[in-house]
Design a protein around this ligand. Structure first.
Ligand SMILES: O=P(O)(O)OC[C@H]1O[C@H](OP(=O)(O)OP(=O)(O)O)[C@H](O)[C@@H]1O
Ligand SMILES: O=C(O)c1cc(=O)[nH]c(=O)[nH]1
Length: 220
């Protein structure tokens, strides 16, 4: 983290995720990611919508991060990724006084057959907003949809970025898209350790997954 704003943002977001019980650890019954990967940990950012003070703080920080990193006059629309990205995109669009869109995972199979909902002008500079990035698979799908519909995209914002899968940043960078996240697993784990949120055994197990997710094996 480069400056005091970024440090404050990372700490506040990590603290909110812990306080709202959005951080899950379940080694005996692993979670399945969108990519198909099995994992003993899962972050449920969808819960955040039910906590008005926490979500307002996160959206204030997110808006500030976007203004600092992307700019004040460099975006024409804010697009939420179906499903979890949609409410966050709405709150950020409101704060930035920009039009909002949402992007379906797949084109709707009937009606207009649209994948992008809302009015996206040809060449619009779109920010993709999502709740979270793990391996980046869903982001690439949404980026392709924005481009196929005539939009431009160079930035995506998430509340939480795993920060342990280099492929997430690399695959987006290869598409010319920068990923901006408020906080990562490194921030959450450090704060959880400081607060004693996990037992020493849980802490070690989570750390060993985060240090080397490829080596982690789900129980038979
Ligand atoms: O693959 P990544 O780009 O790293 O992001 C992981 C995605 O997985 C989750 O969505 P999920 O597919 O579970 O759908 P949902 O938003 O409809 O719950 C989450 O909301 C992210 O969008
Ligand atoms: O990769 C995913 O699908 C994923 C991971 C995670 O921790 N939380 C989530 O909502 N999705």
């Amino acid at each position: 983290m480069s400056d005091s704003f970024e440090k404050e943002a990372a700490l506040a977001a990590a603290s909110i995720l812990l306080e709202t019980n959005s951080v899950h650890f379940r080694p005996d019954e692993p979670f399945t990611f969108t990519s198909g990967r099995k994992s003993p940990v899962y972050i449920d950012c969808r819960r955040l919508i039910s906590f008005p003070r926490a979500r307002a703080k996160l959206m204030d920080l997110g808006t500030e991060m976007i203004l600092r990193r992307v700019g004040y006059e460099s975006l024409d629309a804010i697009a939420g990724g179906e499903t979890a990205g949609i409410p966050f995109a709405a709150w950020i669009a409101e704060r930035l006084s920009l039009p909002m869109l949402y992007i379906r995972k797949k084109p709707k199979g009937f009606g207009r057959m649209a994948q992008i909902e809302g009015e996206m002008k040809e060449g619009a500079r779109v920010l993709l907003v999502e709740d979270l990035a793990s391996e980046g698979t869903s982001k690439i799908n949404f980026v392709n949809a924005i481009r196929a519909a005539g939009g431009q995209i160079g930035h995506t914002f998430v509340v939480f970025h795993y920060g342990i899968f280099p492929s997430s940043v690399e695959s987006l960078n290869a598409e010319g898209v920068q990923l901006h996240g408020l906080t990562t697993w490194h921030d959450v784990l450090a704060l959880a350790h400081e607060r004693g949120s996990f037992t020493p055994a849980q802490y070690q197990a989570i750390k060993s997954f985060l240090d080397d997710p490829e080596a982690w094996k789900a129980p038979e």
